[in-house]
Every structure is written in C-alpha cells, then in structure tokens.
Design a binder for this molecule. Structure first.
Ligand code: IPM
Ligand code: MG
Length: 370
C-alpha cells in the first residue's frame, strides 16, 4: 500500500471541524487498504499565536517542507484583530505559500447538478459549470516591497503596497494555465489591468509570447480584470481556465465560489515547481473559504470544500486520479440524496451537520468503492 506523509494544519474557527472530516476519510482509506497516510499535526494562525506568539513556528515550517503535502483548514478571526501585523493569523498562511514556493493556485468552480438552484444566478447560467481560476500565489501585491505605513509628520500617514511581477513568474503560471487547458476545453483567458498597471502590460505581453511560442494549439483570450469579473457573473460558461495575478485571483475566485452556491464548496490546490530530481512538487491543499468565526464550534460548517481539496491532493500529489474522481462522485451523490449543510440549504432538503455530511460522503465512497 502506498504511504504518504501529510501535515494537517487545521487552523482556527471552523478549520478543526472540517479537518475532522478529512481524518474520517483517511481512516476509510487505511481500512480499505487504498493508501496509508501518516499524519502529523501543527498549529497555524491564531491558534499558533496563542501558543507561541507567531502565526507559524519554525518547527512547523520544517515539517511543511518535509512532508508530501500540507492539508490546511482556515485561519483568522476577530479575536486576533489586534495582534501585530507580522503575527496576524494570515501571515502563517502567506509564509507557507511563499517559502514552499507554491506559485500555482488552482481553484476549480464546479456546479454539482443538485446545487444548480443554490446559486444566486439563474439555473441556466450555472448548470454544468466547470471552470478553473488559476491564481498566481507567491508574487504581486501580496509580497511586493516596499509595504509600509509611514508617518508624514503633518497628521497624515502614507500607506504603500507594491505590485511586482518578473517575467519568469508570469511565464511559469502561464505554462501551468496552458497545460491545464490542454486537458480540458483548450481555452485560456488571461486577466490583468494593462490599461492602468505596468504589471498588467508585462503580464499581457508575457502570456501572449508563451502562447505564440509554445501553445498555439490552445485558444488564448485577454480580458481586463474588471470586465472579467463582470463576465464571470454574466455568463461564466464562456470560460475554461482563467489565469490571473495574486490579488485579482483572490477576488475573482470568491466571485466564482458564489456561482457554485456557497463559499463552502470551493476547493484549492497550491503547487510548487516540479523538482527534476524527485519528479515531485511541494503542495498544499486548502478550501477557499475562511475560518467563519460566526459559525465555529456549532457543527454547521460545510466540509465539502475541504474534502474536495483532499480529492485534489489525491489527483495532483499522490497520482490517484481514479480515487479523486470517486471522492468527487461521492460528494455529488451525497448532495443528490438531498443532504445539505446550512449554507447550501434549499426547500425539501435535509439539513445536516458537518459530521453528518462527512459521514454521508464517506458512506457514498464506501458504496462506490464496493
Ligand atoms: C484566500 C484568502 C487569503 C488570501 C487570506 C486568508 C490571506 O482570502 O486564500 O483566498 O487573501 O489569499
Ligand atoms: Mg480569498
């Protein structure tokens, strides 16, 4: 049986609740002899701050570097609003992304048949939707320097964030986009703001060049990011793979999440460069949703984004594509049975807890694996 080492970082708020459903799933894989996942656990975000006064410790970072994949819950909450900026919960997540070199963030937005009415858009606009937002994750305004607030001495302060992109950063994310598209509907839409931003000018130029040199067989379309946001809610099915920078990707993926009915549905995979020696890449899997402090501890959270993120781990880190398909089919089956967590409730459906949803999905998996 294949053995893999996982680092589970549940984080804050609903993080531990949705991570408990991953553990249930791992128990199933071990029992069935499908794969043996060795797990370690660590603190990240507010929970790490409470224990160690940092958003993630060096020891936990070392474990993240050493494991086959990090499985991440969620971080943050109003309890930590006043902690120093460097130690805020989100700093733990950003440090993981940056230091592991996880530049490619794949955020699929898929509308499960049973949920076509849960979206705020009309059924015909979202039914059958299957698109990917590919977000650059280690550059741009998230990490650019200078990043400061300074006192101007006249009662005014000045805040600066810096948006920076180098050619190689755009080239590598563009290649991931074209490769993904080749396995799908063969279309890439690149989004930037070249009408305002120098980084947009370079982004547009570099994506176009990679396309012309290496991927002429893929259809490439350029769109200004604001127009892209509008098109995403007007007619999302026109897209296949959207490739965009760190900040636009953050915003557009939240928009895409709502097309699927709830933020609780969107999984993500964050991948690093392929290591030519080992043939492997560093990876972290996390739901797109946050820590939802308002519902934490109530057993109400939707575990689907977390479990679907694990399906992405099966596909991208463990080369178990069939198992990934099966897990996604089990999620669809639980939804088709009428089970809903509160965030996706609709008339005539059965409202269940986080644990009941997890249990039902593993139950469906059991049936599908029989
Ligand atoms: C996301 C989140 C993070 C981000 C936060 C928690 C720092 O919104 O993964 O989309 O802005 O990248
Ligand atoms: Mg976000």
């Amino acid at each position: 049986m294949a053995t893999f080492n996982l680092l589970l970082l549940a984080g804050d708020g609903i993080g531990p609740e949705v991570m408990a459903e991953v553990k249930r799933l791992l128990g199933f894989y071990a029992k069935k002899g499908i794969a043996d996942f060795h797990t370690e656990e660590g603190l990240v975000g507010g929970s790490a701050y409470d224990a160690h006064k940092v958003a993630i410790t060096e020891a936990t970072m070392a474990k993240a570097h050493a494991c086959d994949a990090v499985i991440f819950g969620a971080v943050g909450g109003p309890r930590w609003d006043k902690v120093p900026f460097e130690a805020r919960p989100e700093a733990g997540l950003l440090r993981l992304r940056k230091e592991l070199g996880l530049f490619a963030n794949i955020r699929p937005a898929i509308v499960y048949p049973a949920l076509a009415d849960a979206s705020s858009l009309k059924r015909e606009a979202v039914e059958g939707l299957d698109i990917i937002i590919l977000r650059e994750l280690t550059g741009g305004v998230y990490f650019g320097e200078p990043k400061t607030i300074s006192d101007l001495g006249n009662g005014q302060k000045r805040a600066i964030d810096t948006q920076v992109y180098d050619t190689y950063e755009i080239e590598r994310i563009a290649r991931v986009g074209f490769e993904l598209a080749r396995k799908r509907r063969n279309k890439v839409t690149s989004m930037e703001k070249r009408n305002v931003m120098k980084t947009g000018v370079l982004w547009h130029e570099v994506v176009g060049r990679i396309h012309d040199r290496e991927y002429q067989d893929v259809q490439l379309e350029h769109m200004l990011a604001d127009a892209g946001g509008m098109q995403l809610v007007r007619w999302p099915k026109q897209f296949d793979v959207i490739v965009t920078d760190n900040l636009f990707g953050d915003m557009l993926s939240d928009v895409a999440a709502m097309l699927t009915g709830s933020l609780g549905m969107l999984p993500s995979a964050s991948l690093g460069e392929l290591d030519p020696k080992t043939g492997r890449r560093k990876a972290m899997y996390e739901p797109v949703h946050g820590s939802a402090p308002d519902i934490a501890g109530k057993g109400m959270a939707n575990p689907i984004a977390m479990l679907a993120s694990f399906a992405m781990a099966m596909r991208y880190s463990f080369n178990m594509g069939k198992e990934a398909d099966r897990l996604e089919a089990a999620i669809a089956a639980a939804l088709a049975e009428g089970l809903r967590t509160a965030d996706i409730k609709s008339e005539g459906c059965n409202i269940v807890s986080t644990a009941e949803m997890g249990e039902a999905i593993v139950g469906e998996l059991e049936t599908l694996s029989a």
